[in-house]
Design a binder for this molecule. Structure first.
Ligand SMILES: Cc1cc2nc3c(=O)[nH]c(=O)nc-3n(C[C@H](O)[C@H](O)[C@H](O)COP(=O)(O)OP(=O)(O)OC[C@H]3O[C@@H](n4cnc5c(N)ncnc54)[C@H](O)[C@@H]3O)c2cc1C
Length: 589
């Protein structure tokens, strides 16, 4: 990405066709779609890219088997098509993951589940078959989209190959089906990178405080640069609000009055992270969690991710912590399923996130509200897109830009189905870097694709950067330096939580007072960002405050029961940043 200072200068100097508010997956997708259709595009993000819901998901690119239960068939079909497209466009980032529904005590797997899996298979393959065959730039045809094998029943021995953690439970058999898995932040960063290749200008820490109006129409946004505290105006013909769970805070009066009560009903989901040695998995498991609900246990970056829950949430949105009750519930469900006796102290990390569900004002529980995306165009011309899923970002973006194109009377078809997201690379073809082992090379290839070459070049040129940030995990210190240079990372939290994912995988250790890794990361950022010793100390303190505010500092607690997670608070922000601006109506010109 271009340097933040250059991005800010361009945002002020130029007039754009479209300004996108929000740097989560939805905003990133809109920026890519619009820029690739020839629009000049600006994108502003109030905090860090993907710091909202797009870093806090279950990391699945999936149809959503459970939405079959609520007969949300359109959503499932749509998502299954997107799943196939994502594997083709970003094979290094979106990977097929076998999933198991296991039976015990001599029983056969549940037949109703078998019927649902049949539907899932049919929907995945039927839609792909019906898509017109198209020839792409790189010689693919749509018929070459990834399509999973049909689900099948596997025996006990095969179950244990997929889920070694079940050894003590003696499973009888299981349904085996496929979904896909990703790293939600890396997907967002990659989409933003592609948007930039098409000319989009993106800046983080740039909070929209009001719309600029010209003749009653939204003609740009007024922002506060949260680093300098300065106000800047970004002028654009169209404004797109892609702020997820914050969507009804941009022009609330207009959105509520005109768009048939599109209330955002945040629903919180919690995940816990367990060690891959305590719960070894090669595939995902559907885990019964009481009351007819299922959760997932997923292998992710060497750990086991268990989640998620789904509860109405009315707390502050800026730092959404994991719910302590949910941490207990997830740990108990996991223990019951795998026959383990893990204690709260064995939980390595936990995180919370809120879904931007769109309620029409009725009293449905959050689990029952549709995950469909909603698009609203209000009288100022502001287009708001929210709801949806990580999986369906491309379709949501297409919906928005189709609307802009129609409004502008243009002929500009969507191209994102043909635009590769990064370039996949074999770990073996990356440059040599002494001291970097195979596991790290594999991770770099998966995370950055071809761009991993730059990480390894830096590690080769400066051996200090070839070291791991956390001894047991393969992330390299060179990534921290490059995150500041290439991806607008400005804090230790940006590197630990949203460029690498160490802040989720090892959060309790990293949040401990005196932990070494945050200091090492701060020192790596210092050279790039010009920090002196005092600033390094301040940034390490800011990391601990962020970890506390995010509720990840005491994910399980050293002693049972797992309570004592600090309530999330809007008040705690990295000290380098000025306070958030009040919502204001920027001057009308
Ligand atoms: C627990 C959980 C699990 C999930 N699991 C999955 C899954 O496995 N698969 C799946 O497909 N989906 C999943 N989802 C859903 C998915 O994560 C979300 O639908 C998606 O990330 C929403 O992205 P977004 O860009 O719309 O919102 P966000 O990622 O929240 O982005 C909105 C951005 O707008 C910014 N913003 C807000 N106000 C302003 C302002 N005034 N100025 C500038 N910027 C602003 C915010 O800082 C934020 O970064 C899950 C969600 C949750 C909560």
């Amino acid at each position: 990405m271009i340097a933040r200072a250059d991005a800010l200068a361009a945002l002020e100097a130029e007039r754009f066709d479209v300004v996108v508010i929000g740097g989560g997956i939805t905003g990133a997708g809109v920026a890519l779609d619009a820029a690739s259709r020839g629009y000049s595009v600006a994108l502003v993000e109030r905090a860090d890219y993907a710091s909202g819901t797009s870093s806090r998901s279950s990391k699945l690119v999936h149809g959503g088997l459970r939405y079959l239960q609520s007969f949300d068939l359109g959503l499932v079909r749509e998502a299954l098509v997107e799943r196939a497209i994502m594997v083709r466009l970003a094979p290094h980032l979106v990977k097929p993951l076998p999933m198991l529904v296991t039976a015990f005590d001599g029983k056969r797997p549940d037949r109703i589940m078998g019927v649902a899996l049949n539907m899932y298979d049919v929907m995945a393959s039927e839609r792909l078959r019906r898509r017109p065959e198209r020839r792409f730039r790189f010689g693919y045809r749509a018929s070459e989209d990834w399509s999973p094998d049909r689900h099948r029943i596997i025996d006990a021995a095969e179950v244990l190959e997929h889920l070694p953690a079940l050894a003590s439970r003696e499973p009888t058999s299981a349904y085996l089906f496929y979904d896909c898995q990703t790293d939600d932040v890396r997907l967002t960063m990659t989409v933003l990178g592609e948007a930039e290749r098409f000319g989009a200008v993106c800046a983080n820490r740039c909070e929209v405080s009001g719309l600029i109006e010209e003749g009653g129409r939204a003609a740009g946004v007024r922002c506060v640069d949260r680093v300098s505290g300065r106000t800047l105006d970004v002028r654009a013909t169209s404004v797109v609000n892609a702020t997820g769970v914050w969507a009804d805070r941009i022009r609330p009066e207009e959105i509520h009055a005109e768009a048939e009560v599109p209330q955002i009903r945040p629903s919180r989901g919690t995940h816990i992270v367990l060690s891959g040695e305590d719960v070894p998995l090669r595939s995902g498991a559907v885990v019964p969690a009481g009351g007819g609900r299922n959760i997932f246990a997923l292998p992710w970056l060497g750990r086991t991710l268990v989640g998620t829950t789904d509860k109405n949430y009315s707390g502050p949105l800026d730092h959404v912590g994991p719910d302590p009750e949910d941490i207990s519930y997830l740990l108990e469900s996991s223990n019951a399923f795998f026959g383990t006796e893990l204690a709260p102290a064995d939980v390595l990390g936990a995180y919370g996130g809120v879904r931007p569900l769109v309620s029409t004002g009725d009293t449905k529980r959050s689990v029952d509200i549709s995950r469909k995306a909603e698009l609203f165009e209000t009288s100022s011309g502001l287009i708001t897109i929210t709801g949806g899923k990580l999986t369906t970002w491309r379709r949501m973006a297409k919906q928005v830009v189709d609307r802009l194109v129609l409004r502008d009377g243009l002929e500009a078809p969507c191209r994102t189905e043909d635009i590769p997201l990064g370039l996949p690379v074999e770990a073996g073809s990356l440059p040599d870097a002494p001291g970097v082992d195979e596991q790290s090379r594999e991770l770099m290839a998966d995370r950055y694709g071809h761009a991993a070459g730059e990480v390894l070049d830096l590690a080769a040129q400066e051996p200090a950067f070839a070291r791991r940030i956390v001894p047991g995990l393969p992330d390299l210190l060179a990534e921290a330096r490059l995150a500041a240079r290439r991806e607008q990372a400005l804090t230790v939290g940006d590197v630990l939580l949203r460029r690498t994912r160490l802040g989720l995988l090892d959060s309790r250790a990293l949040a401990k007072a005196g932990a070494e890794a945050p200091r090492v990361v701060a020192a790596a950022l210092a050279d790039e960002l010009g920090w002196d010793h005092t600033r390094i100390e301040r940034e390490v303190t800011a990391w601990h405050e962020e970890a506390e505010a995010e509720g990840i500092a005491d994910a399980g607690g050293d002693t049972a029961p797992p309570v004592g997670v600090s309530p999330p608070s809007d008040e705690i922000a990295p000290p380098a940043l000025p306070p958030e601006p009040e919502w204001e109506q920027a001057s009308t010109r």
